[in-house]
Ligand binder design. Structure first.
Ligand SMILES: C[S@@+](CC[C@H](N)C(=O)[O-])C[C@H]1O[C@@H](n2cnc3c(N)ncnc32)[C@H](O)[C@@H]1O
Length: 408
């Protein structure tokens, strides 16, 4: 037992990890208590320091020693793994990560959408791997900090605002890794820490690098290729973080969207799905809230000769916003909301009628499951869910799901 500064007692206990659950946490039990352990793998026998405080009967533990490693544990490739908060699943083989990410989606559907276990298992496909597990991140936010007159440049430590100093990040695209050295030099040359910004946004496309604030040479626009189109964006715009595997994501969405007269692309960002949808539908409308993204989507539409696509600025979290959407029959609605999900859009989809298919893209299985329950309580049925590993080495998972109308 260890006494903490506030007098509470934490214990060091031996546990065996049962499985890895959402958030990349190892799940174990000790004397009837649930213990969650970061950086643990299924089958690990561990000595774990268990914090005295608990939330909803769940204790949090930290690994003190690995007594014996589970079969899927591997050596992490980054020396900062465990300190830097960016990655949570580097210690797991790729096969284990893919299978765990599928389980996250199955579990969310079972727990939060009350989908029967057998149905959830048959509906959720094995996670598609990406083309690479490293060097994939094409945008990031770097944190800056000073300690004892030395600059730190990197990412926040896990559950903390402390900056972990990073010289090379295994997840970052090589073009972005190349910026770390010059940025550190620039930071060191500054007369006072107070003169510097506390964060820098970095992004790159197929070539060129942009940063905000533009401390080093920064391209005003980055570009990437997609379905024969060129899309441009500015640093700070929402884009998928992994452009190589973005094509895989877009292919999946387009295959499920099918073809027809009219498609809506809700939460369309800079037009990542909107432009490809025009290759399959006579009429395409994109909807987005961010003025900058609306601007970029319109520019992308124009520059690719697709002037008949309409882009509207609408708040899709608001009933007054969804009330502005078309009342004509729609063959397919694609929606790709932020992590909060699409509660209002899901309600609107159920109430509205005359929508044949919904392709739901999500980076958050929990809000996806919540919205899925709304859609299936209405007139939609969930046909398939395809997880894709767009964020290797982390606990994040992207998914693409198809719903269609029961009554059609
Ligand atoms: C996950 S991104 C998807 C963007 C795009 N589909 C893509 O693949 O790049 C979510 C988008 O929803 C937009 N958004 C966030 N809140 C919104 C709201 N209340 N109404 C409409 N769009 C919103 C964000 O600006 C962002 O572009």
């Amino acid at each position: 037992m260890v006494q903490t500064a506030d007098g509470a007692v934490s214990e060091v206990v031996e546990v065996v990890i049962d499985r890895v659950i959402s958030g990349g946490l190892g799940l174990a039990w000790y004397e009837g208590r649930t213990v969650l352990v970061p950086y643990a793998a299924a089958g690990d026998r561990l000595l774990v320091q268990v914090a005295p405080n608990r939330r909803r009967g769940v204790h949090h533990g930290a690994i003190v020693a690995i007594l014996s490693a589970g079969p899927h544990r591997i050596e992490p490739i980054c020396p900062l793994y465990g300190q830097c908060g960016g990655c949570q699943m580097q210690h797991l083989s790729q096969a284990a990560s893919l299978s765990i990410k599928r389980d996250f989606v199955v579990d969310a559907l079972r727990r939060l959408a009350r989908v029967p276990a057998a149905e959830a298992v048959s509906c959720v496909q094995p996670t598609q791997p990406g083309h690479t597990t490293t060097g994939y991140r094409q945008r990031c936010q770097l944190q800056l900090d000073w300690q004892e007159q030395q600059p730190r440049i990197g990412f926040h430590a896990s559950a903390s605002h402390q900056v972990v100093d990073v010289n090379h990040c295994a997840a970052l695209h090589p073009l972005l890794n190349q910026q770390l050295g010059p940025l550190r030099q620039w930071l060191t040359s500054q007369p006072s820490p107070a003169a510097t910004s506390s964060r820098i946004n970095l992004a790159c496309g197929d070539s060129g690098v942009a940063m905000a604030p533009p401390i080093l040479t920064s391209d005003p626009f980055c570009r990437y290729s997609l379905n024969g189109f060129k899309l441009s964006f500015q640093v700070g715009d929402f884009t998928q973080v992994n452009f190589t595997d973005n094509q895989q994501l877009v292919n999946e969405v387009m295959a499920l969207a099918g073809s027809g007269r009219q498609a809506l692309d809700l939460f369309c960002g800079i037009g990542n799905f909107t432009l490809p949808l025009r290759q399959q539908f006579d009429r395409v409308t994109g909807v987005e809230l961010s003025p900058a993204s609306v601007d970029r989507a319109r520019r992308n539409v124009r520059h690719n000769g697709l002037g008949d696509i309409s882009i509207y600025r609408i708040d899709l979290f608001n009933p007054a916003g969804t009330a502005r959407l078309t009342t004509d029959p729609v063959d397919c609605v694609v929606l790709d909301p932020p992590r909060e999900g699409a509660l209002q859009v899901s309600r609107w989809l159920v109430d509205r009628g005359r929508i044949a298919r919904v392709v739901y893209v999500s980076c958050n299985p929990a809000t996806f499951a919540r919205d899925s329950a709304i859609l299936t309580a209405g007139d939609f049925q969930l046909r398939s869910v395809q997880p894709i590993d767009l964020f290797p080495m982390t606990h994040h998972v992207e998914l693409v799901a198809l719903f269609d109308r029961k009554s059609l």
